[in-house]
Design a protein around this ligand. Sequence first.
Ligand code: NCD
Length: 310
Amino acid sequence: MSSFNFEGRDFIDIKDYTREELEYIFKIANRMETIAKTGSSLLRGKILASLFFEPSTRTRLSFESAMLRLGGGVIGFAEPSVSSVAKGETLADTVRVVENYADIIVLRHPMEGAAKLAADLASIPVINAGSGTMSHPTQALLDLYTIWREKGKIDGLTIALMGDLKYGRTVKSLAYALSKFNISLVLVAPPQLKMRREVIEDLKSVGMEVKEVTSLEEVIREIDVLYVTRIQKERFPDLSEYEQVRGSYRVDPSILSLGKSDLIVMHPLPRVDELSPEVDKTRHAKYFKQTWYGLLVRMALLALLLGAIK
Ligand code: NCD
């Protein structure tokens, strides 16, 4: 029995949860490692509605797998064209209907604030599985958990977020999550893809040390974690802008050989050409392990929000 209260809560923004609450979720995620292999009936009779208005592989399948491994059921759609959204139904109406069919909703949507809107309307918990370009809190949770598991700690590390920091949402949620710990943050991006000013101001306002550079070479020797992201082609308002930055950075074993021997490389995936497959066989690569950790974290989150674990 913990002193935390997760039951019935939404998971919309990483900022809504304290460092202690996040660490508690990690402890429960550790316990899920065995259950993930043996299966469980912890959530028997509970139903997850998985509503995906944007493409996804890992987030959707890991939530669905998490629910099934805990003995619950899953309903939903993987693309809006097969639901009544194609007939013009609003998100608000979809949510008001689905809450009658399920105990918890996992929602991904291209609109900023979509998950918040759904949570305000629904009487059951809503989990944000990515909304617009600003937030992807469960990805941040699994990213933090990966660092914690692989490095044994988070405090004291120098962590670089690299790539499309402008349109990428994982990097923003992760930066806010990291601001709850004592770390040095390095932002590595071409000038056109820099992190938005207001996010950097927010991070600095809570005392975080933030450094911005345009190339990995400048910082490779000092970092403990390198978090690489793809260019979010589909979010560029103007494709010619994308063409200008396309292929502008790439991580390969030769640049990693200049870094610390225990440097870990993470990526939310999918990757395109920014992370060479050659890195996969190096000791640095943790991105496939990260997807396993994602399953454990999502199992923990479902069990906590549904009140099956206190
Ligand atoms: C990310 C997303 O949807 O923002 N994918 C994911 O959930 N792992 C990253 C991306 O699409 O680049």
